[in-house]
Design a protein around this ligand. Structure first.
Ligand SMILES: [Zn+2]
Length: 361
């Protein structure tokens, strides 16, 4: 894979990916690594791009291979450059885009297709990397997202409880953010959130809620602040309260309604948008990779009860790894181990029997 292009601005992006050939070359880079494309029939490595077939054709034997089959881009008959532009805009712009807006702008077949496309993009936005845990001084607090008129019609259905963490820097700056929907503010829920997203040894500032009392046990430097009235929260824990109010404004402003069932997916998307320090081209790259390597998913994939919404980013791994480990390999492995052990035990038994027999003779 070639290095990431140095793209800092929208204009850079448009110059870099202004033709389908350039986009295709980039996809081939992502897909086939530094060796590039090789014909699976004759091993030749020169090809011709056939835009109307969304495929490449071997220049020696004529074998044709689809580049975007099994991806969300197949059968859409949109130029790749247009796709690239849409993915870039959606994955990097601060406010994001609603499914309705995307449906109109990209001329999707249906609203549902646009919606499924966005859900997929959101899944591509969460880092699963251990090194991306928050560190230093971190504020942690919970907030309710309400339905109805209480706080701006943000959620369809019930109110939802969300725990959030944000890195605190000196002055006005905030660092990275994690958010998770939780069933209650129990110690178990809060502790598992902290352990999943914050490096041990970090300083954690919370209110004096008892659910946080156990954090010291897990190696955190816990500093609870005492709030005399609830309004103190925004003064004592200012950074996380800015995150919460941005989150509420974003949900109401861009999406108007978010169902509770899909809330975590939206929280993940917000997390990425709030992270100013990430280079836009990295975000674009991650999302593009996800789109290239996983099969095209439909509206039903996200709404079908058998595949419920993945409750937190850790679970995405489970559903979205390209090739699940096949069970037969485990089966063979265990058979070999158990078989080997039994044979050894049998052999030992035989030898000791022979020795005993030898002794009596
Ligand atoms: Zn060939």
């Amino acid at each position: 894979m070639t290095d990431l292009p140095h793209i800092r601005t929208v204009m850079d992006f448009m110059r870099y990916f202004n033709t389908d050939e350039k986009c295709l070359a980039y996809i081939i880079d992502l897909k086939f690594g530094k060796d590039g494309w090789t014909c699976r029939i004759c091993n030749y490595n020169q090809y011709t791009y056939l835009p109307s077939h969304e495929s490449v054709r071997c220049n020696r034997c004529g074998h044709e291979e689809s580049i975007i089959s099994e991806t969300i881009m197949k059968n859409t008959h949109k130029p790749l450059a247009e796709w690239f532009w849409a993915i870039y805009t959606i994955s990097t712009q601060k406010t994001g885009i609603s499914a309705m807006e995307l449906y109109r702008q990209m001329d999707f077949g249906s609203y549902q297709t646009a919606w499924a496309w966005l859900q997929k993009l959101r899944l591509g936005m969460v880092s699963e990397d251990e090194t991306d845990k928050l560190k230093g001084t971190v504020e942690v607090d919970e907030t309710y997202l309400y339905s109805g008129d209480e706080q701006g019609r943000s959620l369809k259905g019930n109110k939802a409880l969300v725990v959030g963490a944000v890195e605190v820097y000196k002055g006005y700056a905030s660092g990275r953010v994690f958010l998770r929907e939780i069933s209650s503010a129990s110690a178990a829920n809060l502790e598992s959130f902290v352990k999943d997203h914050i490096v041990k040894g970090s300083t954690i500032i919370t209110d004096s809620w008892g659910g946080y009392n156990g954090l010291k046990r897990f190696g955190y430097n816990h500093k609870p602040v005492r709030l005399n009235i609830p309004e103190d929260a925004s003064k004592q824990l200012p950074k996380i309260h800015i995150v919460f109010s941005n989150l509420k404004a974003w949900i109401t402003g861009t999406h108007r309604f978010v169902s509770k069932k899909h809330l975590q997916n939206y929280l993940n998307e917000f997390t990425v948008r709030f992270d100013n320090r990430r280079n836009p081209i990295e975000v674009f790259n991650d999302v593009l990779k996800l789109l290239m390597f996983q099969r095209s998913r439909t509206y039903e994939d996200f709404t079908e009860p058998a595949h419920p919404y993945y409750p937190n980013p850790k679970h995405i791994k489970k559903y979205y790894k390209e090739t699940p480990k096949s069970n037969w390999k485990y089966f063979l492995g265990w058979t070999a181990i158990i078989g080997g052990t039994l044979t050894t035990l049998y052999a030992i038994k035989k030898i000791s029997e022979r020795k005993n027999n030898g002794g009596t003779k």
